[in-house]
Design a protein around this ligand. Sequence first.
Ligand code: HEM
Length: 485
Amino acid sequence: HAPHPALLPAAAALVAVAIAAGAGRKRGGAGAPPGPAAVPVFGNWLQVGNDLNHRFLARLSARYGPVFRLRLGVRNLVVVSDPQLATEVLHTQGVEFGSRPRNVVFDIFTANGADMVFTEYGDHWRRMRRVMTLPFFTARVVQQYRSMWEAEMDDVLMLYNIMYRMMFDARFESVDDPMFVEATKFNSERSRLAQSFDYNYGDFIPILRPFLRGYLNKCRDLQTRRLAFFNANYVEKRRKVMDTPGDKNKLRCAIDHILAAEKSGEITPENVIYIVENINVAAIETTLWSIEWALAEVVNHPEVQRKVRGEIRDVLGDDEPITESNISKLPYLQAVIKETLRLHSPIPLLVPHMNLEEASLGGYTIPKGSKVVVNAWWLANNPELWEKPEEFRPERFLGEESNVDTTVGGGKVDFRFLPFGVGRRSCPGIILALPILALIVGKLVRSFEMVPPPGVDKLDVSEKGGQFSLHIANHSVVAFHPIVS
Ligand code: HEM
């Protein structure tokens, strides 16, 4: 992903000018975090390219320190790479750094922050997060739905059905269900357009924005059709049920609670549809990618697979089903999930943060409106902080790292391990994601011996990243041999 080819000659000239002028020794403005010398207009973009992934940023932090800055055209990127500064950004100064940066594509997909995940910190965000919490993110919701989760897990559609049943009391019949085909097409296209690096040039350099018109129109068109699909097929149906006199079928699913908040005037109809859009974006792919990583790692580590199976047999015997309530009795299974999220975080840089006002961090001045990313993957994979971090070794969480919990708050946070972030903007979905992951992996390992296909020694676990997402690059075939007990 190089910068736009048309820009290269001009770019080369500017780099040459900057080097000739000795700009290499200059450091941004007074008090700004260190970083490479920037050229006019492009900043550092031509040096660093488009793909500012967690590994590349970790390498830059070795050179520029635990907080450094890159200028990307008009955008300012601040990268935080150690646990102390992560504590500052996410916890101590959680309000100051609690907003989200904007970009030209996310402005379209969020209607300039009418949603919750990508909106700035303030009253609107607080209201949206409050409205979403009761119907999605409480222990009561887990209790209400846990047997449904367990039932859906035998089906390949499970993640969509789990989320759509919780949200709308609706489910898909099969992978050929036209509604399933539509929903997945809309969501993966949204994901592709938003996570792509192809629009960086127009986002970073405003005078190039006219060249992005086609791309932005594509985003607008997709978003219009996608939201109309959610509205017509799901939201309007529940609205009708809610407007029908009588109590039957009322407050059956999350959207009913959201619609009640709309009725009471707390949120607008636009907010309602953006809550649906946010759940489609935040809940499904992240969890699916974690499952893919976990399965790939257990296939590549047969001894881990045997140990999970052995633990389940020891604790539950051959007949007692794995349920949400007995996962707590399966510490090794939980360690496998932790180790997966440590080594392969689906959101390795967290969702980017932003400071609405000029702020101070690690003794440096952070200009207002900076995109501030915490390299959570590096915090969890830095060899100075972990023993042989490149190894997939769940045992670490029962041994030297037994105090490390997967959490987003409370007194037990270890700032080296933040796959769900921490503090105000942390992931509220952790309460659903952790049991769902453990149930799926536990059930599959218990029922099947999973091995690479004949002739393959290890599955390919190379990564493919986007603006801030990370998933397995290539899908592999896995052979499932039923376990005969
Ligand atoms: C935010 C990770 C599943 C809903 C986040 C953030 C991360 C994250 C890193 C940003 C934290 C920050 O900005 O500091 C994950 C992972 C998941 C997962 C690794 C699965 C393995 C889910 C699920 C849901 C969900 C299942 C909903 C059902 C959200 C929402 C936010 C969020 C609404 C935005 C919070 C805010 O901006 O205030 N998630 N997530 N996530 N996640 Fe998740």
